[in-house]
Design a protein around this ligand. Sequence first.
Ligand code: GRF
Length: 249
Amino acid sequence: MTHKMPAVVLASGNGSNLQTLIDLKSANKLDLDIKLVVSNNPEAFALERAKNAKITTWGKSHKSFESREAFDLNVIAEIEKAGILSNQKLIADGKDITKSSQVGCIILAGYMRLLSTAFIQAFSGRILNIHPALLPSFAGAKGGLDALNYGIKITGCTVHFVDEIMDHGPVIIQAAVPHKAGESLDELMQRIHKLEHRIYPQAVQWLAEDRLSLKDRVVYLKENSKSEKLASLGNQELSFLVSPPLEKF
Ligand code: GRF
């Protein structure tokens, strides 16, 4: 492992995806350096998790700001303070610093707030999100519940780049799970959550290794002869299908 990609995690709630990233990073399995954790909910457990891991936090309610944009401008400023430059600064610098340590990514991990255009443009192409359904089906805040109520037989989770439309940007990796007969929403979501904890770090690692490229809205993954591929079909207990196949960290 060489260069570690600087990152900021935005989370509004429990933060189990954040915890997974922290744990894998501590175990030296991810080329990631979490510089800051931001929340629009000062009570979010995600902030506690960050503090326990000695990561800088910024947690303020969006309600104390006059607009979505005003809140986001503050978040952008905090991100820059943490050493990750916005696109505007990268361009304004006038030199090629695309490999500089100030190019980082923004990881949305249960961030229950729509981002303003200003924020998305500030970090376009560098924002990731995870959604608990197979996009483009069941976008929105209640993706899991909506899928179950619809009567789906297969659902899952999706990691994607963020664009200006909610849960719409280019897909990086998806994992599918069957809904077992009689399974409650909680049980189903627990299985999906377990998979999120595997596919999100995987997508982050691919980005850190600079192996993702984009054409139109299709994400391509560069092969790496050194990486050891794991099966794309899960074991009996988890029973999932994932694509692209997971790799060993
Ligand atoms: C996950 O289900 C994720 O897909 C969605 O929000 C949830 C966050 O869970 N975007 P956690 O806070 O990481 O436990």
